[in-house]
Design a protein around this ligand. Structure first.
Ligand SMILES: C[S@@+](CC[C@H](N)C(=O)[O-])C[C@H]1O[C@@H](n2cnc3c(N)ncnc32)[C@H](O)[C@@H]1O
Length: 253
């Protein structure tokens, strides 16, 4: 623990701001090897459709035009590898994540698929990127922003490294607002997900954090304003599966 006065939340727990990143790191360290399996089990495979919607919005060119994508909090590379599959010979993906264990799983997956020549895995903090200004055509982040302690800083960094005319796309859990579905979703989230997480990864707390952190994340309209606050224009969002997730988009113009 540290003595700083600024606080934030880690799930429903209030923690010093500077402690959150370490706690998040522990979560993903412990679940990295079972992370992708858990996504399928928890979402009944729906995460694939949500990720496909993100990749469609990225719309990488099918030809050999150069197209550089930065996937923030890219973890095991699921988004990055999907973008590469959808794009042509000019598409390059940099996967940046703070957690070396998640990146290692991603490196192995990329090598198995012989994609290691077109994808780079780099350890880095979304709040403080090492890339030059205006170096990417597209910046994506999927199910990552919720885990970043200083969300505004990460949005500003995404804006900084985007080229003019580039697009920011963020896929994140959101708020279910369909009567009936909301109660069912609450029940499933709090009664089922931590149990599956505990059985599959041995870390029930990690999945308790997941469901709590989703509830603490700003509503989609509030998050859209945060994206605008970082300088993005033409900000919009689309809710999917009754609001279980939302895809936010903004342009650097
Ligand atoms: C739920 S996983 C998402 C992984 C991947 N994007 C996907 O959709 O499968 C969240 C990821 O965010 C990463 N993360 C958390 N805080 C971060 C930060 N400040 N900078 C970069 N990555 C971070 C974690 O290490 C973890 O790999």
């Amino acid at each position: 623990m540290s003595g700083g006065s600024e606080r934030t939340h880690f799930g429903y727990e209030s923690v010093p701001l500077e402690d959150k990143q370490g706690r998040v790191k522990d979560v993903f360290h412990s679940v990295s090897r079972r992370y992708d399996l858990m996504n399928d089990l928890m979402s009944g495979g729906l995460h694939r459709a949500w990720k496909d919607a993100l990749v469609s919005a990225v719309n990488p060119p099918k030809n050999d035009c150069e197209f550089a994508v930065l996937d923030l909090a890219g973890g095991t590379g699921d988004i990055g590898l999907r973008i590469l599959r959808a794009g042509g010979a000019g598409t390059r993906v940099t996967i940046c994540d703070i957690n070396p264990d998640m990146l290692e799983v991603g490196r192995e997956r990329a090598a198995e698929r012989a994609l290691d020549g077109v994808v780079t895995f780099e350890q880095g903090n979304a709040e403080d990127l090492s890339y030059a200004d205006r170096s990417f055509d597209c910046v994506t982040i999927a199910f990552g922003i919720r885990n970043v302690p200083r969300i505004e800083r990460a949005l500003e960094e995404a804006y900084r490294v985007l080229k003019i005319g580039g697009r920011f796309l963020c896929l994140e859990f959101s708020s279910v607002d369909v009567p009936g579905l909301d109660a069912l979703y609450e029940l499933y989230s709090f009664q089922v997900i931590p149990r599956i997480g505990g059985a599959v990864t041995g870390n029930r707390e990690a999945y308790q954090y997941l469901v709590e952190s989703i509830r603490k994340f700003p509503k989609p309209n509030v998050f859209a304003h945060m994206i605008e606050g970082a300088g993005f224009r033409r900000v919009s969002y689309t809710a999917m599966t009754g609001g279980v997730v939302a895809l936010h988009s903004g342009w650097r113009l």
